[in-house]
Write a protein that binds this ligand. Structure first.
Ligand code: FES
Length: 146
């Protein structure tokens, strides 16, 4: 009797650990992007610019919505601040942000050159290239008109 009770407890613990493991696997494979007061789930490795645009979060300011390189990494207008877990900067990202109006020391990333690895929070700043200091939207702040 005591032996079967101990076996039952052990199985229950093992089952619980399996559930936690599956939950963590699912969570890591579908990171959450928090931007403009929206929570966007996407597969790990997704391109950040695509994730934002697909959910109608404006990654480009003003006229740069029409005049941009469409994700080639050359215009620099998709610059955003990203907190937490993303891919390391690509050479295109580093090269473009080393040129004005961007500066290499600023903590921005080009959304089109960034892959989502884990849960992240995103902020977009003002200016044609997103190079300003005033947030246009952030994790807690919606876009204008919402
Ligand atoms: S869209 Fe031009 S650099 Fe990202």
């Amino acid at each position: 009797m005591g032996q079967s009770l101990a076996l039952g407890i052990k199985r229950k613990k093992t089952f619980r650990l399996e559930i936690i493991h599956i939950h963590l696997q699912f969570r890591n494979s579908m990171p959450q992007v928090v931007a403009a007061q929206k929570i966007l789930a996407c597969p790990a490795g997704s391109n950040l610019r695509h994730v934002l645009l697909n959910q109608e979060v404006p990654v480009h300011n003003g006229r740069s919505r029409l005049i941009n390189c469409r994700g080639l990494g050359s215009c620099g207008t998709c610059a955003v601040k990203v907190e937490e877990d993303v891919s390391p900067p690509t050479w295109r990202d580093l090269a473009r942000r080393s040129l004005p109006p961007h500066t290499p020391t600023r903590d921005l990333r080009l959304a089109c050159q960034t892959s989502v690895v884990g849960d992240i929070r995103v902020t977009k700043y003002d200016g044609f290239w997103g190079q300003g200091t005033q947030p246009v939207w952030s994790a807690e702040r919606a876009t204008e008109g919402e």
